[in-house]
Design a protein around this ligand. Structure first.
Ligand SMILES: NC(=O)c1ccc[n+]([C@@H]2O[C@H](COP(=O)([O-])OP(=O)(O)OC[C@H]3O[C@@H](n4cnc5c(N)ncnc54)[C@H](O)[C@@H]3O)[C@@H](O)[C@H]2O)c1
Length: 312
């Protein structure tokens, strides 16, 4: 039974992973080797709780108790000492992760599970045997987005996998299990392919940014939200899908390591919402306000999709 967890790394993902587990009633210890990151985390947790309360996802009166279940730790050893599960969410750097795993192995109780939130690194060779290891890969923001990619690794038997799947489902999340590690899982591989395709259309001047997002929002995304892609293919008819494949009409862009459009934006300081501009201009609106609006609307959409239910 997983009751105590330690989250190592309190950045974009770590603070939110601490929160999602605390909302589920678990006792959480949160550690980061950067004091400021740990301090920032508590502000981010408070603001996320306010959004969730405002959207009716949690009772406003429960927020202090949820926050109280997240205890910052001054040392990694202190964070993991009682953990049943250690969630690693440090920077995506193999050497940093290897070192952190070493420390976790030294200080976590025997039998405690070790789960990494890595997006693209094959962490299993870095984890070393000795305790059950796996990947649980969450999406931003994990207290709203339900998908969790799960990959069993060294020493992870069926009972360990079941226990983690039970935990994730108990948090109201939707785990998908992979038979082996593949960088980016399904969703991030698709996002990477979409990014390459769209940057190539932009670089070639075929369409503008608004046309791209209109195509996705008004075309692709609405059907995908209800059917995914494979079921949507069943609705299109697989003979048609085969014909399109065999025609060779779609030629993916050559592998891109650079994009003119992206370089220009980044070099001019238009790095996205946090900078006030990216592909779009955010007209002086504060990043926190934009994030709150995004989260509020995502929660409303999620509720509506759940109410409508799946097709077929
Ligand atoms: N940001 C995302 O959208 C996202 C989504 C899913 C998965 N991930 C994965 O989650 C992990 C964390 O990503 P992030 O976006 O939260 O990164 P981040 O840079 O926001 O946070 C990483 C944190 O790790 C801390 N850290 C670095 N070395 C450490 C050490 N030795 N001990 C303790 N803490 C240490 C840093 O101080 C920082 O606060 C990565 O593996 C990433 O691939 C990220």
């Amino acid at each position: 039974m997983i009751r105590h967890i330690a989250v190592i790394g309190a950045g974009t993902m770590g603070h939110a992973l601490a929160l999602v587990h605390a909302i589920g009633g678990l006792e959480v210890r949160l550690y980061d080797n950067d004091r400021q990151a740990l301090e920032r985390a508590s502000g981010l947790i408070e603001s996320a709780l306010a959004t969730l309360a405002e959207a009716g996802e949690i009772e406003a009166g429960d927020a202090p108790a949820i926050e109280g279940r997240i205890v910052p730790a001054g040392e990694l050893a202190e964070a993991v000492t009682e953990a049943d599960l250690v969630v690693e969410a440090v920077v995506e750097d193999a050497e940093v992760k290897r070192e952190v795993y070493g420390e976790i192995h030294r200080h976590a109780p025997e039998g405690a599970l070790l789960a990494s939130n890595t997006s693209y690194l094959d962490v299993f060779p870095l984890m070393r045997a000795g305790r059950p290891c796996l990947i649980t890969h969450w999406y931003v923001p994990p207290y709203i987005i339900d998908l969790v990619d799960v990959v069993p690794g060294p020493g992870c038997g069926d009972e360990h996998l079941d226990s983690v799947l039970g935990l994730v489902r108990g948090l109201g999340k939707h785990p998908v299990v992979f038979r082996r590690f593949v960088p980016g899982y399904v969703a991030n591989r698709l996002q990477a392919a979409i990014t390459q395709e769209l940057l190539s259309l932009l670089d070639e001047g075929v369409v503008d940014v608004q046309a791209i997002d209109d195509s996705i929002r008004h075309g692709l995304a609405a059907r995908m939200a209800l059917m995914g892609h494979m079921k949507k293919s069943d609705h299109a008819g697989l003979a048609l899908v085969r014909k399109a494949l065999e025609s060779g009409a779609y030629v993916p862009p050559p592998r891109m390591l650079k994009s003119r459009t992206l370089d220009e934006l980044v070099e001019s300081g238009r790095t996205g919402v946090m900078a006030g501009a990216g592909f779009y201009d955010y007209a002086g609106r504060k990043p926190a306000e934009l994030v709150r609006e995004r989260d509020r609307k995502l929660l409303a959409l999620k509720r509506e999709i759940a109410r409508i239910g799946e097709v077929g």
